[in-house]
Ligand binder design. Structure first.
Ligand code: FES
Length: 169
């Protein structure tokens, strides 16, 4: 390939950031879970067109990719908000009243169990089972940040803080 052809190939790549991830993992199908995790970190979800690209590049059956995606609960095919709120509803958190927190979040953001992402793509609210911090129940994650002994009021205050921060960004 001439340098000129290489340049054209590089600039017409459909998903250059995905190609970098594939290169990082040596295009190894055995590292598919890590590849999918890196892609989800990049996009906040797994877009179908990107999965098709991965299937083509790794030359593996689509069933293998979708098998991994469906096996791990944290993989998602749906677009998510910039801030993913994971409220724990495991046994300890449920006993410490996680549901009123969920209801407060839903009411604040106009969401429900069927509509989990705000139209502006700022927030996604999910429930998860035990986050492994039961001593802090009820526990909530906002992206990677852990919040313990959350109340409906403190959860809504955190949302207000993020909204204010985003408005000033
Ligand atoms: S049940 Fe919520 S952190 Fe364990």
């Amino acid at each position: 390939m001439s340098p000129c052809t290489e340049h054209v190939a590089a600039t017409t790549r459909k998903f250059p950031e995905v190609d970098l991830i594939l290169e990082k993992y040596d295009h190894q199908p055995a590292r598919l879970t890590l590849i999918l995790q890196a892609i989800q970190d990049e996009y906040r979800y797994l877009p179908m067109e990107v999965l098709s690209h991965v299937i083509e590049e790794l030359d593996i059956p689509a069933t293998k990719v979708f098998g991994v995606v469906s096996f791990y609960a944290h993989f998602t095919l749906e677009p998510r908000g910039k801030y993913v709120i994971r409220l724990c509803d495991g046994t300890a958190c449920h006993a410490k009243r996680s549901i009123p927190i969920l209801e407060a979040l839903y009411a604040k953001l106009g969401l429900s169990s069927k509509k989990v992402t705000t139209p502006d793509m700022l927030f996604t609210v999910e429930t998860v089972t035990c986050l492994g911090a039961c001593g802090l129940a009820p526990v909530m994650l906002i992206n990677e940040e852990v919040y313990g002994r959350v109340t409906p009021a403190s959860a809504v205050a955190l949302i207000d803080e993020i909204i204010a921060k985003e408005a000033n960004a």
